[in-house]
Write a protein that binds this ligand. Structure first.
Ligand code: FAD
Length: 445
């Protein structure tokens, strides 16, 4: 397979891009995956997320199968995940903790088995299009300089809809004011979970709980609270920003915990460096506060920081269809469904210390094919957090399990488009749905 003339080019090797590339290659297309950084795994692996979420609906029915499930199964075989476990906070039915480094390795193993070609440290910097067709995609690296790729079909899994933006395709943004805040997740080591979990059990009013706080023998615990200790830290001048809750995802037997606490409003397009400088100071304050205020934290040290500023929301494509809050909250069915989403609508407010709002999603909703497809190009699709949704619907669809699903559907559709010489906008949805069902995708009716 040529590196410069793939049938399917996938841009971005995060959750969606990995699933898209595997699905495209396994559907029979010569597939190239291009990633700007030196790593596979994207935000889930490199932003050190607390856990992969969204695999099940509120009733505990599985919503994400396919490549997403295959990645978790392989990771479990290697001991890198306990699999889908109950969510102690009762926010969702299940959550899926992953060892971040092992997740990246397992995704790489599956990419290789599928026959995907991979270019790392290779950002996409330009797109040439005419007559509604993407003709060329350019990358730029210090070693190779500018390289031109001539793909048959492109799947944009960059999170930021980079290909759509460079091509001048229709996109949606809400303006910096409405955009969710950026964060830098951190991992502390040296945590003694015995006193930590005893504190949580003794202060039930300060923690979201489904009636269980976890034990030091558990593989993984999920704590969402610490409001009193945060308030003290803020009043004492030890935390310069105000938060009402800390999300702590911990591996008790390893003494490690991921802390989701930092946040700053930032224009995610231009100001990631500025956000990093603010968040870095918050990281150091958070570790110091954790040592001095949190039971079991005395010997804690900063073990790892996310390798990128975590962006919850930036550009989204304007697709053939757009997923709305009503679709998500109402569990709406769709004739062209290519999979299911099930996570609550979870929108963080950049300017308040908590979530701006969350809406429960009682039953899984259908993901229509049209939210993956460019309106104005014949050979351009998207998967992951930049698919075509409203701001609120994105609060659910951006979750990693759903990104695996939209990535897999977009990759499979791209391969069928390329192999059949079709226009992606008029692809026979029934053919795509049948193919996705054989791949184990749930809800591709
Ligand atoms: C702070 C924070 C906490 C979160 N917590 C959770 C959680 O606990 N559980 C959960 O499931 N979800 C969580 N999310 C949401 C979730 O992480 C993301 O929405 C999801 O990972 C997005 O996946 P993706 O595949 O669309 O994009 P990403 O995983 O971000 O992948 C995009 C990839 O594209 C690459 N790329 C970008 N531009 C280019 C370019 N020009 N050329 C080539 N490559 C490019 C990037 O380097 C990256 O690897 C959280 C998000 C944030 C920010």
């Amino acid at each position: 397979m040529s590196y410069t003339r793939p049938q399917v080019l996938v841009v971005g090797a995060g959750s969606a891009g990995v699933a898209a590339a595997i699905a495209a290659a396994e559907t029979g297309a010569a597939t190239l995956l291009v990633e700007a950084t030196g790593h596979v795994g994207g935000t889930l692996a490199r932003q050190l997320l607390e856990h992969s979420a969204g695999f099940h609906d509120a009733a505990g029915n599985q919503a994400t199968g396919g490549v997403g499930q295959r990645i978790i199964t392989l990771l479990q075989e290697y001991g890198g995940s306990p699999g889908h476990i109950p969510d102690d906070t009762a926010y969702t039915a299940t959550r899926t903790p992953v060892n971040h480094a092992e997740l990246s390795m397992c995704e790489a193993i599956l990419l290789r088995r599928a026959g995907v070609r991979l270019l790392l440290s290779t950002p996409v910097v330009g797109v040439a299009a005419d007559a509604g067709v993407i003709r060329e995609v350019s990358t730029e690296t210090p070693g190779a300089g500018r390289t031109t790729i001539e793909p048959t079909v492109v799947v944009d899994c960059s999170g930021d809809a980079v290909v759509f933006h460079l091509a001048g395709a229709a996109i949606q943004t809400d303006g910096a004011a409405a955009t969710q805040p950026t964060s830098l997740l951190l991992k502390v080591g040296g945590v003694d979970f015995d006193p930590l979990l005893r504190y949580a059990a003794a202060n039930p009013g300060d923690f979201r709980s489904g009636g269980r706080v976890g034990s030091p023998d558990d593989d993984h615990v999920n704590l969402w609270g610490f409001g009193d200790l945060l308030a003290k830290g803020h009043a004492d001048g030890r935390l310069s920003w105000r938060r009402t809750e800390l999300h702590l995802a911990g591996w008790p037997t390893r003494g490690e915990a991921v802390l989701n606490l930092t946040r700053t409003a930032a224009d995610p397009d231009r100001r990631r460096g500025e956000a990093y400088l603010v968040l870095a100071e918050q990281v150091m304050e958070a570790v110091s506060w954790f040592r001095d205020y949190v039971p079991g934290g005395r010997r804690a040290y900063l073990a790892e920081v996310a390798d990128r500023v975590g962006v919850r929301e930036s550009r989204r494509i304007a697709g053939l269809a757009t997923l709305t809050r009503q679709d998500v909250a109402g569990g709406r069915r769709h004739a062209q469904s290519v999979g299911l989403g099930a996570f609550p609508i979870d929108v963080h407010d950049a300017h308040s210390p908590g979530l701006s709002h969350t809406d429960a999603v009682a039953a899984a909703y259908d993901i229509p094919y049209g939210i993956l497809v460019a309106r104005d190009f014949a050979n351009l699709l998207a998967g992951g957090r930049c698919v075509s949704t409203t701001h609120e619907a994105n609060g659910s669809a951006r979750i990693t399990a759903t990104c695996f699903t939209t990535g897999e559907a977009a990759g499979c559709a791209a391969a069928l488009t390329a192999l059949g010489g079709h226009d992606a906008r008029s692809l026979d949805a029934a053919v795509l749905q049948a193919r996705l069902r054989t791949r184990g995708v749930i809800g591709a009716r």
